[in-house]
Design a binder for this molecule. Structure first.
Ligand code: BG6
Length: 477
């Protein structure tokens, strides 16, 4: 079903994100029949070029970054929806022309795929030139600040021209299919929610492991590190969806209110609850220090944390978070480990093991629930743990290629005016308020991150973070 007619202006349309995600995502939605025949997608950037040159650029990008199996036969038709205006974010050039291109009476969305330092200039010019109005939507990307003070400043800059209902802050993890499924699993089933608390849940693990290093992004990354790049946003969002109370309705503010309460209930971290790591060079490739070209860097490419939520539901259940680059496998998953039965009626070789609910975000989206059963056969009562495997692909006949990518879904949500999967300003600020002291502590100290081997599960200390609590990470595989 097509969304409402719209004009989408992409500032930074010649940049990497537009090439990799935004344009290919829009094309896939076009093929899916969701983009109305009159919709316009207008690229805006500093480069002087005309519509035809931008269409050629977009064609290249879509071909290069399309998913395997994408149907490219409608590419020419799609490109007819594209236009381009060269604008000077800090000057007057191009704004009149942009105004003349944007049609009245349709949904207007402005995607700020540019450095945050330009948000204020662009917002101001959109307002001064009468291009944006009270119904327009703006979309911004992470990094949304690098600490609480800068995030507040960005929020204030945007608030000069737009109200919160117009601002769509993207965290692309919220657009992932399984992440949304978390809410369905928790709140559309009776099975899990009664057990979803400290009385029955022993602990939760959230792992986002990547195999890539920091590659060509060294300069950005070295000023950021895993805590700012991944924990403050993506892992925090996953934590919120696992830990939040049921919202009274699946409504943007109701959902975001509940997430905010989780962030506010996070206890300050103790130094012993944090492990930071940096990948080392090996025969296959450079280490972190070489990758960022800074032999003294103390920025972490890996972090593991033990997090506590101080509220009635969760006091007593730790949440262990870890994320890093150059690890053994690309895996994102959430593991909810339930407590062991209070008493075993079986003999000691047959101790029941805890049930685990494994929610796999990538690469193979799905869920596993481990349960104890009797090993089949005449050999007496022997217990074995088996998975109740629920691969979404198998269950729904969908192969991964049919699932819309996070960006596709989120951009369509902007056009539909649905903010549920976007971060509200106060959420972002609360997340920084929690991470700021942790980061400030490291930066003030002189400790170096623990080295770890590329292709491993991270530094030994990260394993010990759980061992000392008699727990183990689920293997990264
Ligand atoms: C981005 C980070 O937000 O998320 C990257 O800046 C990271 O460093 C990426 O690689 C991971 O996203 P995904 O969707 O590949 O898990």
């Amino acid at each position: 079903i097509p969304v409402e007619d719209f004009d989408l202006v992409i500032f930074g349309a010649t940049g990497d994100l537009a090439h990799r995600k935004i344009l290919p995502g829009l094309y896939r939605r076009y093929v899916a029949g969701q983009i109305p025949g009159t919709a316009q997608i207008i690229g805006a950037a500093r480069t002087q070029q005309d519509d035809a040159a931008f269409r050629a650029e977009a064609r290249e990008a879509i071909r290069k970054f399309a998913n395997k199996g994408d149907d490219l036969s409608q590419l020419d038709d799609f490109l007819n929806h594209l236009g381009y205006v060269a604008v000077d974010a800090r000057g007057e050039g191009g704004w009149d022309e942009l105004k003349s291109r944007v049609r009245p009476g349709v949904v207007h969305a402005f995607y700020f795929s540019v450095a945050p330092s330009l948000f204020g200039d662009i917002a101001q010019r959109l307002a001064d030139n009468g291009i944006a109005d009270a119904d327009s939507r703006i979309v911004v990307e992470k990094p949304f600040g690098r600490d609480l003070a800068s995030a507040r400043e960005l929020n204030a800059v945007l608030a000069r021209h737009f109200v919160e209902q117009q601002i769509y802050r993207i965290d692309h993890y919220l657009g992932k299919e399984t992440v949304q499924n978390l809410m369905a699993v928790r709140f559309a089933n009776m099975l899990f929610e009664p057990l979803w608390n400290a009385q029955y849940v022993d602990h939760v693990q959230i792992t986002v492991a990547e195999t890539v290093g920091v590659g060509g992004r060294g300069e950005y990354y070295d000023h950021s590190g895993a805590m700012r790049d991944m924990v403050q946003n993506h892992l925090m969002q996953l934590l919120c969806l696992i830990a939040m109370e049921p919202p009274y309705h699946f409504d943007p503010n109701a959902v975001r209110d509940e997430k905010l309460k989780v962030i506010r209930a996070l206890e300050p971290l103790e130094p012993g609850d944090i492990v930071r790591g940096q990948y080392q060079a090996d025969s296959d490739g450079p280490g972190y220090l070489q990758d960022v070209g800074n032999a003294d860097s103390r920025t972490e490419s890996f972090v593991a944390l033990k997090v506590r939520i101080a509220n009635w539901r969760w006091t007593g259940t730790p949440f262990y978070l870890r994320t890093g680059k150059k690890l053994r496998a690309r895996t994102s998953e959430i593991v909810v480990t339930f407590k062991a039965p209070p008493h075993s009626i079986f003999d000691t070789e047959n101790e029941p093991r805890s049930n685990q609910l494994v929610i796999k975000l990538q690469p193979n989206e799905g869920m596993d629930l481990t349960v104890m059963i009797k090993e089949p056969g005449p050999g007496g009562m022997r217990l074995v743990q088996v998975p109740l495997d629920m691969s979404f692909a198998d269950a729904l006949g969908a192969d991964g290629t049919d699932m819309p990518d996070a960006y596709e879904r989120l951009i369509m949500d902007v056009i539909r005016g649905n903010q549920t999967l976007f971060m509200r300003g106060d959420e972002v600020e609360a997340a920084w308020a929690w991470t700021d002291p942790i980061i400030a502590d490291w930066e003030a100290g002189s400790k170096r991150p623990e080295p770890y081997d590329a292709g491993s599960s991270g530094p030994e200390e990260a394993l010990r973070l759980l061992h000392r609590d008699n727990r183990r990470w689920r293997e990264i595989r």
